[in-house]
Design a protein around this ligand. Structure first.
Ligand code: GCW
Length: 688
């Protein structure tokens, strides 16, 4: 008996230890409070999931009855729902499922549950996976692809299906309803029968959770794999090839979402190869998917090697095409004009296209923000972008509003996040990187949520010890709230600004190490490399100062912003410090608003960033007793690396820029602990 008991005990321990590897994400609660769920007569797979979720996670009154009702309601969008005293009402089963997740989230996070309507800000809420057919992930830091692999590439196993199901469930729980399954640098092979059959298998698992499958396509596919003589979008044979392909896809996957396209960018083929425009290319594809209700997400991430200012190019190429796109084309625009840097002003394209649907693309994977090593909560960065006022249709034309249909009459509204998911047990590499997946979904559903609320919800669901400890009023224990929730939330809220400070303060950008985009590399500029791929192009450091002159006297990128922004950004006395060196080239002794010189201010910012990460270490060490050992140790280890890397950024940037400023590093801040030459030598060694 004793052995049986101890065996059972050890089993329980093993199970609960496994439960702490982070695989369950924010969906850890298993409640045993009984609930009675009433649904209509027809039971769809989606409704069955909704019912099961309630049974598994209910934390309301024991034995309560919850009714899930389909009811035509004009106040509700397709995926919207209404919480009522009786349960959830919606127009569709997906609406009911989202309502169930909201109900459970509110129970678990202690938020009030009252009669209320919930409608998503965007119709299409997608993750973009930069996954390659061989299983690798471009800019992925959490293991290989969950969708594709090199060996036994087209065998669909039960394990595959289980993982896809868990992935779909996580997405549904936060309202994500689309997944682009492959890299925007797309292989033409994506359109082959084998790949489409595997896509069908994935789509079938995602379907009941309301997650539609989309694919990225390579514009040269007709020629490369289709045996057509050209891929010219105006050639009838090419249009026919895509029409036939669309038919083939929709026969396999009737609810297929559509295509995402990176064209004429970074070596990818596109309509310009044939003297055609982005509109010609996008419209040809749009016509192919139109009969099935599909959409084309056409990326605006374009820049050519010889233009004077890369930040201006997307605007220059797309604004003249406004009005020429079909209504099922959406232009997908990165949040900033360059490339997912720790901080950029919003892209001036937002709101500038008035007759064309636009969508924001955020990057959840931390390509330029410390990979899966640094703890950086990205929601404040996205919130900053969404709440930026473009002034395009007067005050209040925020990026959120010019993309969600409140300012312009868009046929489709959408948003995308480049996913950080991989095969790692905890999905995202860093336990805290899960919060970025979570935050993206929550903001895609409601672009007005605050980052603080999102962090609050995420921490409660991800780290609260056991649901049974939540007392009856739905509040968390005071001890846990004061000593875990509040400090950890503060750490998350401070983490993005800290990263900006120790990497690229005061509007600096694109000064990272060349290949892996992890450490610093402001010096990197080998001969014969495209200048707009090298950091000196962006920081312009010289004896006379630092920064990229985008004023009227410089590249005049300011002119792409609507007044009063153009004048604000143009004036170094008024331009916010956060964007100063983005828009201005200023002398090292320029007097900042703080009264310090530019050089001193920069040094203090780097120092501040490093000190903040040291504070995060203290915060984390203090909460040890509230976290399971595995997650505690993993985050602690990563914070140590983050500090080391932050110090490297500070030393490298200050010592390198000092070779131009010739000014002393203010004596009250910590001295560099490394030598510039050694840092540069290490960096190039890593690259070779
Ligand atoms: O940020 C850059 C990345 C590329 C990426 C490209 C893009 C998929 O370094 O890896 O390619 O952006 O967004 O297309």
């Amino acid at each position: 008996m004793k052995t049986v008991v101890s065996f059972l005990l050890s089993l329980v321990t093993v199970i609960s230890m496994q439960a702490q590897k982070g695989h369950e994400l924010w969906l850890r609660v298993k409640s045993s409070v009984p609930v009675n769920v009433i649904t209509g007569k027809t039971m769809s797979p989606t409704l069955a999931i909704a019912k099961q979720e309630l049974a598994d996670g209910w934390q309301g009154k024991s034995g309560a009855t919850v009714t899930l009702t389909i009811k035509k309601d004009k106040a509700l969008k397709t995926d919207g729902f209404r919480l009522t005293a009786a349960g959830v009402e919606a127009n569709t089963d997906f609406g009911l499922l989202y309502g169930v997740y909201e109900l459970l989230r509110r129970q678990q996070t202690g938020q009030p549950i009252k009669e209320e309507i919930f409608n998503p800000s965007y119709d299409v809420r997608t993750l973009n996976h930069w996954d390659n057919l061989n299983g690798s992930i471009e800019r992925g830091y959490a293991g290989n692809s969950i969708f594709w692999r090199k060996d036994s590439a087209f065998v669909v196993t039960e394990k595959d299906k289980q993982l896809w199901k868990e992935y779909a469930r996580a997405n549904a729980s936060i309202g994500i309803n689309g997944a682009v399954l492959n890299n925007v640098n797309a292989s033409p092979t994506m359109m082959s029968a084998d790949v489409l059959n595997r896509t069908k298998a994935i789509a079938e698992v995602l379907r009941p959770y309301g997650v539609k499958a989309y694919l990225s396509v390579n514009f040269s596919s007709p020629k490369v794999i289709g045996g057509v003589a050209t891929s010219d979008p105006l050639d009838p044979a090419v249009a026919k090839w895509w029409k036939d392909k669309a038919k083939e896809i929709y026969t396999l996957i009737p609810d297929f979402g559509g295509f995402l396209v990176k064209a004429n960018s970074e070596g990818q083929p596109g309509p310009q190869d044939f003297g055609r425009t982005h509109a010609d290319g996008a419209n040809m594809l749009a016509d192919a998917v139109k009969p099935y209700g599909g959409i084309i997400m056409w990326r605006a991430f374009v820049y050519s090697p010889n233009d004077k200012d890369r930040a201006k190019q997307a605007y220059n190429e797309f604004v003249p095409l406004d009005g020429q796109f079909r209504d099922n084309v959406i232009i997908q625009i990165k949040n900033g004009p360059i490339d997912f840097q720790p901080r950029e002003p919003f892209s001036p394209l937002f709101g500038a296209l008035k007759k064309t649907s636009e969508m924001v693309e955020f990057q959840i994977t931390q390509e330029y923000l410390g990979h899966s090593i640094h703890l950086v909560y990205l929601s404040p960065m996205w919130e900053e972008c969404l709440q930026s006022d473009t002034y395009q249709q007067g005050i209040g034309s925020t990026v959120a509003k010019v993309t969600d249909g409140s300012v312009y009459n868009q046929k489709y509204t959408a948003i995308a996040g480049v996913s950080n998911v991989g095969l790692d047990t905890n999905w995202t590499g860093h336990d805290f990187a899960q919060s970025n997946w979570y935050a993206f979904g929550r903001l895609a559903w409601n672009n007005n949520l605050s980052s603080e609320q999102i962090a609050d919800e995420w921490i409660k669901q991800t780290f609260y010890p056991a649901s049974s400890d939540i007392n009856n009023s739905g509040l968390y224990s005071v001890d846990w709230r004061d000593n875990f929730l509040i400090p950890v939330k503060q750490m998350m809220m401070d983490s993005r600004e800290a990263a900006v400070d120790y990497m690229t303060p005061l509007g600096l950008h694109h000064i990272m190490s060349a290949n892996e985009h992890y450490g610093p590399g402001p010096w990197w500029a080998p001969a014969r490399t495209r200048p707009d791929w090298t950091p000196p192009y962006y920081h312009q450091a010289a004896a006379n100062g630092i920064g990229f002159d985008r004023t009227k006297k410089g590249s005049d990128a300011v002119e792409q912003y609507k007044e009063p922004l153009a004048s604000l950004f143009n004036d170094p006395q008024k331009c916010p410090d956060a964007f100063l060196l983005w828009f201005h080239h200023l002398p090292w002794d320029f007097k900042m608003k703080s009264g310090r010189t530019l050089w001193d201010e920069m040094a203090y910012k780097y120092e501040k960033g490093v000190n903040e990460v040291r504070e995060f270490q203290k915060t984390w060490d203090r909460v040890e007793k509230y976290v399971d050992t595995a997650r505690f140790a993993s985050v602690q280890r990563k914070l140590r690396s983050q500090v080391t890397n932050a110090v490297l950024w500070k030393d490298a940037c200050l010592l390198y820029f000092q070779t131009f400023s010739k000014m002393p590093i203010p004596y009250d801040i910590e001295r560099p602990v490394q030598n510039l030459n050694e840092i540069i030598a290490n960096d190039s060694r890593r690259r070779n």
